[in-house]
Design a binder for this molecule. Structure first.
Ligand code: 5RP
Length: 262
């Protein structure tokens, strides 16, 4: 089965596998959303079932909640958990400061709330997600449905004075209708190509009425674990200023592969 995985899926798997080593019994863990995070949830479920690891998970989307329950991770809400020890999530892009673009999987709002309510955030990603400057991946912004076209126009207006390379804004669709997030909002994607000042942009976007949250995660991520297709993982810790490589034995059990939801 492992031989059927593409190098990119192997990279995602090994990053996820290394990240769950950071989880200890008794922890409250934020569970991210997306294909890399789904590997992590499966690896964590394996530790719960096989090692008797005692944790509770706070999912960042309905689909992660469903997967967590399937693999045996006890799920609680953020309000029940109140504060988390650790969140592990994927990202669409990360830069050298571990600033992120997230929301490609439409879950940025819950992801940002959960990561912010955690002592530590670990991002797991394949090497292709690392960029010198954020913006190649369209920046998702969650907006409320009421007056969404006006909100989109206001976003376009503020982009005129921002130091970015592209300014197209598109609403994310699900077939013929706008995609609806778990929080019953819409998403617009900002095709900026290059974001010179992510911190400024994040602040400006969040001041527009109708904008709920943007997909720039700044000063939230502590550690990034970069997976490579050959089984290597690079662990980069922004607070410690350290980086080291490990190797993950690529021998996932059959259970890990059953019906990945993402
Ligand atoms: C979901 C996210 C994901 O973490 C991001 O899109 C990365 O996804 P994947 O691991 O599938 O590449 O932000 O909202």
């Amino acid at each position: 089965m492992a031989a059927e995985l593409s190098p990119i899926d192997k990279a995602k798997f090994v990053a996820a596998k290394r990240a769950v080593d950071f989880v200890q019994t008794g922890m409250k863990v934020g569970l991210g959303t997306g294909s890399t995070a789904a590997w992590m949830v499966r690896c964590l479920g394996e530790r719960v079932r096989e090692e008797g690891l005692r944790i509770v998970g706070v999912p960042t989307s309905m689909r992660t909640a469903e997967l967590a329950r399937q693999v045996g991770i006890p799920v609680v809400s953020l309000d029940e958990a109140k504060w988390l020890d650790l969140t592990i999530d994927g990202a669409d892009e990360f830069d050298t400061n571990l600033a992120l673009i997230k929301g490609g999987g439409a879950a940025l709002l819950q992801e940002k709330i959960v990561a912010t309510a955690s002592d530590q955030m670990i991002v797991i990603a394949d090497a292709a997600k690392e960029v010198v400057q954020l913006g190649g991946f369209p920046l998702p912004v969650e907006i409320i449905p009421f007056g969404w076209q006006t909100t989109k126009a206001l976003i376009e207006e503020v982009l005129v004075s921002m130091d970015v390379m592209g300014r197209d804004v598109t609403v994310r669709m699900n077939g013929a209708a706008p995609l609806v997030t778990d929080e019953a909002n819409y998403l617009v994607d900002l095709h900026l190509k290059r974001i010179a000042n992510p911190r400024q942009l994040a602040m400006v976007l969040n001041q527009i009425p109708g904008v709920v949250e943007n997909g720039l995660f700044i000063d939230i991520c502590d550690i990034v674990i970069i997976g490579h297709g050959d089984g290597r993982v690079t662990v980069r810790d922004i607070n410690a200023g350290s980086e080291h490589d490990d190797r993950i034995e690529f021998a996932p059990s059959a259970n890990i592969f059953a019906d990945l939801g993402d």
